[in-house]
Ligand binder design. Sequence first.
Ligand code: ATP
Length: 603
Amino acid sequence: MTDAIRRAAAALALVRRAGPLSCLAYLALTVVQGLLPAGTALLLKWLLDALQPGADGSPEPLVAGLAGLGVAAAVLPNAGEYLRARLKRGILQVVQDRLFGAVNGFVGMGRFESPAFLDRLRLAQQAAGSAPDQITQSLFGLLQQALALAGLLGVLFVISPVLAALTVVAAVPALLMQLSLSRRRAAVARGMSPRNRRQLFYQQLMLDLRAVKEIRLFGTGDWLLGRMRTETRAINAAEERVDRRVVLTQAPLALLGAVIAGGGLIWMVRGAARGDYSAGDVMAFIAVMTGVQGGLSSVVTDIAGCHQALLLFGHYVDITRLPPDLPRGTARAGALREAVELDDVWFRYPGGDWILRGVSLRIAKGQSLALVGLNGAGKSTLVKLLLRMHDPERGAIRWDGTDLRELDPATLRARVSAVFQDFVSYDLTAAENIGQGDLTLLDDHARLASAAKEADIHDELEALPRGYRTLLSRSFPDEDDPEESEGTGVLLSGGQWQRLALARAMLRSGRDLLILDEPSAGLDAAAEQRVHEQLNAYRDGATSLLISHRLGAVRGADRIVVLAGGRITESGSHAELMAAKGEYARLFTLQAAGYTDAGEVLC
Ligand SMILES: Nc1ncnc2c1ncn2[C@@H]1O[C@H](COP(=O)(O)OP(=O)(O)OP(=O)(O)O)[C@@H](O)[C@H]1O
């Protein structure tokens, strides 16, 4: 209950923040609308009593009053709808800002790799879009209905206290039933969240340009459609079960209401025949009963809607109030003076086996270090730890002797530049794609072009239809030319994207540490050679970590380390490792033999 109050308070605070004036106006409208039914019933009773033979007083003012209330009843809902829509837009803006602000505030990436968290995030996103409006509507609706009911029950109480009491008592089971149903609905929404996300995944996959080719070639479209249908059917079946329960429980409750209303009318008519009630009383009773029945069912629906929205809204509130995923240090990472060191680092993903089992490694300032190892050895994981996307479970990583956990992560990351193996191809212009590396240089064409030159992609970008302003996507119309229905965007090749990602890293040149995770994957032989020449020149004297399966590219590094079985198993220069005849020498010889054989065949 306290949770519900806390969430309702949070939702109302949001509504007030989204539009204080609209909120006040909506409240005033709600109160006036709430008082309308009782006012109408009273005026009706007085009018009928005034029309009785021998009654004194003129009916005209009462007719005018009734007409006035009729106009108000017709006009006010429209004004209310306008205010509600206005509030809804404001609320949406605030909640989206807060939700995505909270998500962007996570230090690491562990939460994004947790299915349970992703389910909560989806529910929070859903709640952010609809719950505050639903809560406002149902809370204000409740206020309006409560006022209307209080007024109507007051009128009914004056006519017959017994009928008033019976009507209130009959509402209690309906209320309890609705609360239990809304709890069930929220549980279904929670239970269906993984299915909803999978359904969305299949939908997006079928629409994703990157997936279209494989789907066509492998003929997996119908299979994906079938999977999407299975999820949709399961979601529908769960919702259908709740809906059926709603209908089955509501029918007897409606019958109970009808019995009370019908019985009450018989009672009133008989009473009127005995002269206990006036014609105005009977008329007012009919108006009151109609209003009370409708009002009670609205109250019950509003409470249920509000309860359900509050349960859903809980996910939003929880996400926006989550504690930091990783402790956030406050010390500023200074310019690297000596080394970045991994000291007996152990790491595993939640529920998994150890990936790193006591890795100790020193990347000295000015040193170019290469890290090699088989697929799945943990090289990219080590990079994630260096950038503090995760914390080691045991051991520590130190930046000039300071544990990364003590550093402000933003200042640490500002000192590093990196190309990830799974870099992102943004649906943005070429300039913006490079500019993601340093947003302060987004409009500095000279710097963007110089980074592109270092990554050997400048000429190709310059040759695009709009040069650096060309949109690198076929998913959106060009913002500069929205009328062009065919779109003016261009798609780059895999190797061109790879070099663009490298340019993004190069824009951050001059940082203290450069991390290159497979920077030449997908490049043609000539481009690979040019890129590595550039990189070698760039890495000379700079502190860098290069990960590559192309051992020809790593041989020039000052030091090469081999990661195997979660540990550093070999370390030295290319010549030293070859002389040691260990795993590195085996892999290098294997690769070199492949080239030699090819050469021999060609010759
Ligand atoms: N988010 C994750 N959750 C669970 N396991 C993961 C996650 N990311 C990676 N792994 C696992 O950790 C291991 C190391 O993966 P990692 O990507 O670090 O290897 P790698 O050495 O970079 O491999 P490759 O040479 O193929 O790029 C793999 O077994 C992988 O399945």
